[in-house]
Design a protein around this ligand. Sequence first.
Ligand code: ADP
Length: 312
Amino acid sequence: MTSTAAVGHRVVVVGSVNADLVTRVDRHPVPGETVLGHDLAVLPGGKGANQAVAAARLGAPTALVGAVGTDAFAEAALAGLRPAGVDLGALAVVDGPTGLALVTVDAAGENSIVVVPGANAHVDGPHVDAHREVVAAAAVVVVQGEIPRTGTERAAAATRGRLVVNLAPAVDVDAAVLRRADPLVVNQHEAAVVLAALDGGPGTVAPASGADEAAVVARLLAHGVPSVVVTLGARGALVGSADGMVPEPAPRVDAVDTTGAGDAFVGALAARLAAGDDLLAAVRLAVRVGAAAVRGRGAQPSFPAAGDALPG
Ligand code: ADP
């Protein structure tokens, strides 16, 4: 397979594309039980697609290296990428299902999610190698944890610009990927899991206090990660690098739906780094974009566009 995408994109996201099938239930079923869902929304999702949409909405020329299936959900999965102007020349269409997230939300707002990788399982080393020149020409390359490990590792190896590694979910990757991450972006839970993996042992205890967060960031840096951004929900983010440790508080907003907040954050960060901001300036904007994204329902529909007023 050869790439048809033009080279020279400022942001290239190598990642997942999903259709999210979301329904509301009074309560989640127990095994063996059937319950009625109240409605069904089919929404574009997947971390890779979300982040590409977030970056493109903010004005960054953006391409996505990924895959969808040959089923009817493919168009739904691409519904946000097309209007945002994301270049889909490096998007493969592979036999079989598009990646799906089956989401049920109960009356208390608690989610239960089954993710079927589908076509995302094809975004592996050979697929990424086929689009190597697109990756190599990017100012900023973004990877996450929703594609096969070999895809992430080949994307990191092909990167000539700046590599943003959002290890969500916190899957195993070669330590060489983490040593190129500038920054590694993780939430508190993922930070603890990545650190445990680098320390060489099991561990899932999330840091509980500000002091712990700083200690986790310091230890990730000590493992050779060039820079680290830990997102802290309503509290914003903590940035760590050779220049020190800097908290970036998020503006106060009325949170309606936090789905995709982390993806809005990562997309905005990539867009600003590609535009030439330094890490702190990029994070300062990203916490505001993340906060803007929690004010509306869904992931991609709530992402702000260039020129929109941001909170804070
Ligand atoms: P994830 O969804 O990946 O766990 P976080 O919950 O840490 O990520 O959120 C990512 C970013 O979104 C935060 O750094 C912040 O900028 C913004 N954000 C998330 N929740 C809120 C909130 N309740 N109020 C304001 N900003 C928020």
